[in-house]
Design a protein. Sequence first.
Length: 580
Amino acid sequence: MTYTAPTTEQLFVLDHIARIDAMAQHERFAAATPDMVEAIVTGIGDFAAEVYAPLNRVGDVNNPRWEDGKVTMPPGFKEAYRQFVEAGWGSLDGPAAYGGQDLPFTLATVVIEALGSADMGFTLCNILTPGAIHALMAYGTEEQRQTWLPKLVTGEWNGTMNLTEPSAGSDVGALRSTAEKVTEGEHAGLYRIRGQKIFITFGEHDLTDNIVHLVLARTPGAPEGTRGISLFLVPKYRLDAEGRPTISNGVRCASIEHKLGIHGSPTAVMIYGEEEDCLGEIVGEEMGGMRAMFVMMNNARLMVGCQGVQIAERALQQAQRYAAERVQSALAGSPDRTPVTIEHHPDVKRMLWRMRAQTEAARALIYYASAQTDFGKLGDAAAALRADVLIPLAKAHATDIGCEVASLGVQVHGGMGFIEETGAAQHYRDARIAPIYEGTNGIQAADLVGRKLGLAGGEGVRSLIADIAHGGVDFPELTQLAEACGAVTDWLEQASMPDRLAGSYPYLTMLATATCGWLMAIEHRAAKAALEADDGDAAFLGSKIASTRFYLQQIVPAATGLAAAALAGDAALPTLPRIG
């Protein structure tokens, strides 16, 4: 159950898909030199393998403990997190003005991938804090930034996102938490927060001495629905005159959930303002909460997509090791009846190549989306538009891939995959949450056809399809899929919203697979050129050529067949008869 960071693969994708060298041409990211990039990718791979990976099984079997409102993390977690903070891994893309290194977000994505592949549950603590930082940078006051960002940027304090309530679920507009402005006394200008939130990742723990919650709530008289929601910064402890977190703030963890997977991550039920005043600072304007929260949510959605890559990489590595060691049966058709390792049997080879191709495709998609976000920060409006379109694809498709690859990992192990001690089952259990949280994958599909399809008058999606078609000139399977995506797009633009939503998920899968196919075609050409020039590791390049070919010839054609489902419309989905 060991983990080895795929450093060569990560650097290859950074070069050819993220175009990290082009970022470094801009003054803002000039520090991202080739030497710096290689040092970061190699360093975080070593750190993840040595510090985080040994805790993966520990957290799965020795869960965080809740007692009287406090959560104690499993053995070794606090020391590992301290090492993460001291090494500066959390501050890579943080703003320099508040203690960050101002490096590309794409490099921070590589850091999260390595840590999450080593221990997905634990790394959830590292995922949401950057979103809180981005929300404060976009909508916070300078005083709020000066107060909270230095500790958030280093990771000394972590951030959380508080949306979901028992009565609301994915319908954020139905939340009931309240925020009443204090008009007199020493706390004038702050808000008294009252309410309950559920499914709060790392809402309570003992890794840091403060936790900064970003909480959605409704002010008195605010309209119903999402229009009436505001966003508040609510710390576990308020700060004293010296800036230390010493003042209790009426934030209580009522319990933590018992979950199918990600056992190393405490998922909390949080109570605000029940026994004492809970004070929060508004972030942005009243009733502007969803705008501010979307900054955090988009970051989180991309990072959850990265979790699909994380768990797929870990499951792939474990399956490959097992298949290389497990001896069973002679090779079919061979006159030699000596049993061979199962990696040589055709169906196992098929599964391993599918696992590898899907993992590499998901990584390319996540790195590409991250890079477009970075180029957008540099003023490239087309890249910013592309990033908006890619968010639902990256979140939904990469997490679907994570589940598929983890499931195939169990299958490669055979009966032993169903036994907990092998570790394959943990990857499968851990992967299953990713298509659900931070907006279910169905919500991502609805976002794609409901909002993203119309961005820039439809240019956002159409320019992506055009790039795919242009990039598939020597891959007929990809050209056919691009044409099918274009035809479905034409139909969806004229369809009613019920018909759009009925076809949204197969359409998302088609468009995401086409995007991955385009990126894999880029990698295929780059690997062939490097191999012919004798520029790089021949074994790696040969394997890359094989995995990209597998993706383009076996995975891309299957997605073209989804067009019928995407075009079927709402009438193809009648209401199921009730049982009983």
